[in-house]
Design a protein around this ligand. Structure first.
Ligand code: F6P
Length: 449
């Protein structure tokens, strides 16, 4: 199987070969911290061996449940936020037809997939309920902590809908909870109601959980081969095991971004030229943002979808503040292609492209953009992916997770916690009047006057 490749030749004006050499000792330390589970946050590094440790029994159980759901519903709702939904969504958007929710179940043999609990928009939830209320519905509620407000609120409304529609007994069979082994409100609720549950391993944090039932169940419901995803992750696990940077593309990426960061390139733009990768970017953004943005440092991760965003953000990238670098995901072969047709009168002037394919044009757009942006002072790192298949999805997931762990240790942070996210939650609970937050509430209300 062809490897996912990393190429930093378009950043060579910004990173000298010797700088990789200079980073070897630091990389060795980071590698050992991660692999010996000796670094900060080491009790959340279970994702490292997941592709090898996930058992056939567990995979079969996920696939069996997914088949049941597929047979039972035409609307499947994934309720979760952050790492509890972005992995699934990134795979589903990458690996199913762009228009999968617009095709009939007969055609695709899978339910439409909807998402809830990833915002607190009443309009979104009301409109979702309107769309699904006449359909046959199943819900997968996912929360590691089991206490996150956004999915809990959405789930309360959807549970109510299902119970009214089917009665309590049948609703119970249409709800699957993915949560902690023993704690949290969702675990308690699932036990009381008798929902089927899947467990998120204790040592795997939300943003590293896509290769657990968190991601795998919804992905399987969407008709995607999850065993292939695990195979891909396993391949990357093997290819990125060696701490020698000269043949470890994953470590080259981790090191390159840290070198660029140390030179003031504080914003990383993950760029794609395939719209199917939009949500992969969202998943990546949380992975790196939540892992590295702490202790008042860290690269700010942003995503761009090209060529779409070249027509909105292209100006900034070319000539704005020079604190950017790009990481381009280059897909070598599209799943489908279209040959550009010849037109007799050539009114649009495109006949010079007749006989070429749309993907050829996309490739030239990529090459042209990289050259322009490098000339404009924006280093480009390129990650070459042979094709968008389940195998390479799994490969990329592991690639970025591993690079993130290593990169976080190189930066000197704990890549596996997220203490800062609690700040807004405390304020929100206080303002909502949650019991136990009375003191904070009084203080905040004064500040809001
Ligand atoms: O799975 P949970 O516990 O609902 O958390 C969802 C998301 O919220 C966070 O905890 C941040 O609040 C993320 O780390 C996580 O991915």
């Amino acid at each position: 199987m062809e490897k996912v490749k990393f190429d930093y030749s378009k950043a060579i004006n910004f990173i000298g070969e010797h700088e990789f050499e200079n980073m070897r000792p630091m990389l060795d330390v980071a590698h050992n911290l991660l692999h010996n589970k000796a670094g900060a946050g080491n009790n959340y590094t279970g994702w490292l061996q997941l592709p090898e440790e996930i058992s056939n029994d567990e995979l079969e159980e996920i696939i069996r449940t997914a088949e049941e759901i597929k047979g039972k519903c035409d609307a499947f709702i994934v309720v979760g936020i952050g790492g509890s939904y972005l992995g699934a969504r990134s795979a589903i958007e990458m690996l199913t037809n762009h228009f999968h929710n617009y095709t009939s179940k007969d055609e695709k043999q899978t339910p439409n997939i909807y998402y809830a609990g990833h915002n607190i928009s009443s309009t979104y939830l009301a409109q979702l309920i309107e769309i699904i209320k006449e359909k046959d519905v199943c819900v997968n509620v996912i929360s590691k902590s089991g206490t996150t407000t956004e999915p809990a609120l959405a789930f309360r409304a959807l549970k109510n809908l299902l119970e009214k529609k089917y009665g309590k007994e049948e609703a119970r069979k249409r709800i699957i909870a993915t949560t902690d082994r023993k704690q949290g409100a969702l675990k308690k609720l699932a036990d009381e109601e008798g929902y089927k549950t899947f467990v998120i391993p204790d040592d795997v944090g939300g943003r590293f959980s896509v290769l657990t039932p968190v991601g795998l169940l919804p992905i399987a419901v969407a008709g995607i081969d999850i065993t292939n995803i695990i195979e891909g992750a396993k391949a990357c696990m093997e290819n990125s095991y060696n701490s020698d940077i000269s043949n470890n593309y994953c470590y080259q990426y981790a090191v390159a971004r840290n070198i660029l960061y140390s030179k003031g390139k504080t914003i990383e733009l993950l760029v794609n030229y395939e719209s199917a990768l939009q949500y992969f970017g969202e998943w990546w953004k949380q992975l790196f943002g939540e892992s590295e943005g702490k202790d008042y440092k860290g690269i700010f991760p942003a995503t761009l979808n090209f060529s779409t965003d070249l027509h909105s953000m292209g100006q900034y990238i070319q000539e704005g503040k020079r604190n950017l670098f790009e990481t381009v995901i280059q897909v070598k072969k599209p799943l489908e292609d279209i040959v550009i047709n010849e037109e007799e009168n050539n009114l649009d002037g495109l006949n010079y492209l007749a006989g070429k394919t749309i993907s050829f044009v996309n490739e030239k757009a990529l090459e042209a953009t990289i050259l322009a942006h490098v000339d404009g002072g924006v280093p480009n790192l390129i990650i070459g992916v042979p094709k968008l298949t389940p195998f390479y999805y799994g490969y990329l997931v592991y690639y970025f997770q591993k690079a993130c762990g290593i990169s976080g240790y190189l930066l000197g942070v704990n890549p596996f916690n997220q203490p800062g996210v609690e700040e807004y939650k405390r304020n929100m609970f206080a303002l909502l009047g949650k019991p136990g937050f009375e003191k904070e509430r009084a203080q905040l209300l004064k500040r809001l006057k």
